[in-house]
Write a protein that binds this ligand. Structure first.
Ligand SMILES: Nc1ncnc2c1ncn2[C@@H]1O[C@H](COP(=O)(O)OP(=O)(O)OP(=O)(O)O)[C@@H](O)[C@H]1O
Length: 782
């Protein structure tokens, strides 16, 4: 296409060339710097030892040798640093050459001329240090692009708001330095480009959305006012995307004081962790810390107990469905994730300030050094107002002293003498060195032998009690398990702590279960966080991570009130960004807590903001319309599809599992042929996943890779992935093939959200297979 001379397109193309020339110039400079620095680094490394004066003849020379090594090492580190900076700059410039900017706004400040501003992923400043060829998308002025249509507009600056008029909004698609597309828009961010982006195939990792951030997403990204930001967003409404853009924004906005290691994101599972790990590096930022809640539990309880994880709990519940035992367990899981139980435990902790903390006696062989009663007296002898932490630390000090005194008292005891006689030569040697160091073995000393033997006995005694000392140091004398279990052992205690004086149905079963599991050092998942909470409370929450400034929690609807409260305690200084969708609450543990109750209670209302995202961007309009019908009408009312065409979801009844496998295999071949790069075959449980992948591997030709995604997988490959519903959380596929959405599998009310979550993973194609009767939650009309 030939452009009219001086047409807007012609003008923009000319300007693009000017910008690219700037990028090119900067690139040349950085490359030559990079070359010099690389040579520097290699040179210093090679000559490191040549330039260091090595002289060990006396202590002055050694000192000088040392300082020349330090000097040389510092020089090397400094050059390596600047080499790294230069290579990062080259990387950034390469991306800028590909696509230097994606938008232009013309803004007329009040009583001032019009400024033309180009917005890109990173800024580009001219050699004079003043001309801004491109502004970073996170700069204050760039928010005009995301927040306003042409007309009166304002944006925030450090000392207030800048007012004026937005005269023009223009969007560009530039790839490989070529202008592919350009248009003016009267919307906040033009739908045309968004549609084009959303129609692309999905990748195995998430993309950044800088060029098409929507107004309501921008509010989340740039919110600085609230300490707690809670986002309820429909499936595919961009919660995770907004969270990651927000992290990038915060790192830019507070670059002087905030580093990526001060931000933690809690993700639902290891697959998701890998899935999102590319977004920040793509934006030129280092990744934040990522964790799963499971890792916190493992770190705290994993060494002493065998702790069940959420996925195993889910599988166990499904396997026991329909049995009396299964029902009782499900009731227990529901209850322990409820607000009622959380308040009961909080009340119990208050009561423990007065009485009831259980202690483990300090025993050595068959001797009791300190009884549980003595510890209790000591603990409750310290003022309650000082808190559990001070009391526990007081008891710890006292116990360490008691151990020391006990060792002293044992010096002439038979057991010690016997043990000392059995020690090996090395120990004797050490005792000898010890006595010498303390001035023994001089001519006039006549009791050296006695001293040696006393030293030896002391060493043996100290070694014998070392495990006790270690246990005391790590507060093992506090018996959190018994203290927690006590709540289920005494009916009257439970009632007095319960907010309404009532015990849950199945309380006796919970007691028996606790005896059965905890007695064998096994912790059910539903007990893990409450137990960890009690344990930490008794120690005074000393494992805080005060340097963490921001905590992000994705899929927050799956957290129990205990988990929310625990995170708040663990990161006391952090601001919290919590994102979730109550329609995707798939775990029993969080179904009683009613969405976000556990979160919104964490901070004062004035420090809290609750935002909603209702437009669903992931799936085509027909898929969004269909999946809405899976939910109760009231819960789906707010969900709005973004206008994008596609084929209607389809249901495939099959006569048995074998036929289901065959038909899905055929379907996969067809979909791959149509160019869909990621296909997710989603089952309800991991148990089914194994069968499904085996069946598919049998049916499909060898050149079609089928990957079985398990709880431990951290990568999502291209091609066909077979995975259980709970591992598909948060991620997406071009095509989703639901494995057996039958009445038998998804027949209960509690399966409804799970089925919704599974179906909303689809971008372009949703095919639902079932044997027997279809799940009643699937809409009959398509
Ligand atoms: N403003 C946007 N521009 C372009 N793509 C977007 C935008 N917002 C969301 N998307 C795309 O929509 C899809 C869903 O986004 P995301 O995974 O962030 O949603 P979510 O709310 O976390 O979903 P879920 O709760 O279902 O896991 C992604 O492919 C994302 O890239």
């Amino acid at each position: 296409m030939v452009n009219e001379p001086n047409s807007p397109r012609d003008e923009e193309e000319k300007r693009l060339l000017v910008v690219l020339e700037q990028v090119g110039r900067r690139m040349r400079k950085e490359l030559s710097l990079l070359g010099d620095r690389r040579e520097d680094v290699v040179g210093i490394r090679q000559e490191f030892w040549d330039d260091v004066r090595m002289n060990f003849s006396d202590s002055t020379e050694v000192g000088e040798t040392w300082s020349s090594i330090v000097q040389q090492a510092e020089l090397l580190a400094e050059r390596e640093r600047s080499h790294r900076v230069a290579s990062e700059a080259v990387e950034r410039l390469t991306k800028q050459f590909d696509s230097p900017y994606f938008a232009r706004i013309d803004f007329a400040e009040k009583d001032s001329g019009t400024e033309v501003i180009y917005i890109g992923r990173a800024s580009l400043v001219g050699e004079d240090g003043e001309t801004f060829f491109v502004y970073d998308w996170r700069a204050p002025v760039s928010s005009l692009f995301y927040d306003h249509e042409p007309g009166p507009a304002t944006y925030r600056v450090p000392d207030g708001r800048m007012e004026g008029e937005l005269k023009l909004k223009r969007q560009f698609v530039i790839r490989g330095g070529q202008m592919k597309h350009m248009f003016d828009t009267s919307e906040t961010v033009g739908d045309e480009i968004l549609q084009a982006v959303l129609s692309e195939g999905s990748d195995t990792s998430m993309k950044s959305i800088v060029a098409t951030i929507q107004k309501e997403q921008n509010w989340i990204i740039r919110n600085e006012k609230h300490k707690l930001l809670v986002v309820q967003g429909a499936a595919g409404s961009g919660k995770t995307s907004a969270a990651l853009q927000r992290i990038a924004y915060l790192l830019y906005r507070f670059r002087e004081t905030l580093g990526p290691d001060q931000i933690i994101l809690f993700s639902p599972n290891p697959v998701f962790k890998g899935y999102i790990s590319r977004v920040l590096p793509d934006l030129g930022e280092a990744n934040m810390k990522q964790m799963t809640f499971r890792e916190l539990i493992e770190a705290r309880l994993g060494r002493r107990f065998e702790v069940e994880d959420l996925f195993s709990q889910t599988e166990a519940l499904v396997a026991a469905e329909g049995t009396a035992e299964g029902e009782a367990r499900e009731r227990s899981v529901r209850y322990k994730g409820s607000e009622h139980f959380f308040i009961t435990v909080e009340n119990y902790l208050k009561r423990l300030e007065q009485e009831g903390v259980r202690f483990r006696p300090l025993r050595f062989r068959s001797m009791t050094l300190v009884s549980a009663e003595e510890m209790s007296q000591q603990f409750y002898g310290i003022r309650a107002a000082d808190g559990f932490g001070t009391r526990a630390a007081g008891v710890r000090r006292w116990l360490l002293e008691r151990i020391k005194l006990w060792v002293d008292s044992q010096m002439d005891e038979q057991w010690l003498e016997e043990a000392a006689e059995l020690v090996d030569g090395e120990e004797i040697q050490r005792a000898y060195v010890d006595v010498r160091r303390r001035g023994g073995f001089h001519d006039e000393a006549f009791d050296d032998e006695d001293q040696m033997s006393a030293r030896l006995r002391r060493r043996v005694a100290e070694q014998a009690v070392a495990p006790l000392v270690k246990a005391v140091r790590s507060f093992r004398f506090l018996d959190a398990v018994s203290t927690y279990r006590e709540l289920f052992e005494s009916r009257s205690l439970f009632s007095s702590c319960s907010p309404d004086g009532v015990q849950p149905v199945g309380w006796e079963w919970m007691l028996q279960r606790a005896e059965l599991t905890m007695g064998r050092k096994v912790i059910d998942h539903e007990d893990a966080t409450p137990l960890m909470y009690v344990l930490e409370a008794l120690e005074g929450f000393r494992r805080v991570e005060g340097d963490i400034q921001h905590v992000f929690v994705d899929e927050a609807q799956d957290y129990s009130p205990f988990q929310a409260a625990y995170l708040r305690r663990r990161y006391p200084r952090a601001r919290l960004t919590v994102l979730g969708d109550f329609n995707q609450a798939i775990y029993i543990q969080s179904q009683e807590s009613g969405g976000f109750g556990g979160w919104t209670r964490l901070m004062a209302p004035e420090a809290t903001s609750v935002l909603r995202l209702t437009t669903s961007y992931r799936s085509t309009e027909p898929i969004v319309r269909y999946t809405k019908l899976i939910l109760p009408a009231a819960d789906a009312a707010d969900i709005t599809p973004f206008q994008r065409d596609g084929e209607a979801p389809r249901l495939f009844p099959c006569k048995d599992g074998g036929q289901l496998g065959e038909r899905i295999a055929e379907d996969i071949i067809g979909l791959l042929g149509r160019g869909y790069g990621t296909i997710g075959v989603i089952t309800k449980t991991a148990y089914e996943t194994g069968n499904a992948s085996a069946l598919l591997k049998e049916q499909l030709p060898d050149d079609v890779p089928v990957t079985l995604v398990t709880g431990g997988s951290a990568e999502l490959p291209k091609g066909v992935s077979v995975l259980p519903a709970y591992l598909a959380k948060g991620i997406e596929f071009d095509a989703v093939l639901v494995w057996d959405a039958s009445l038998a599998k998804y027949g209960k009310e509690k399966d409804r959200k799970l089925l919704y979550t599974v179906c909303t993973r689809a971008l372009h194609v949703l095919h639902i297979y079932h044997t027997g009767e279809a799940s009643p939650w699937l809409p009959s009309e398509k």
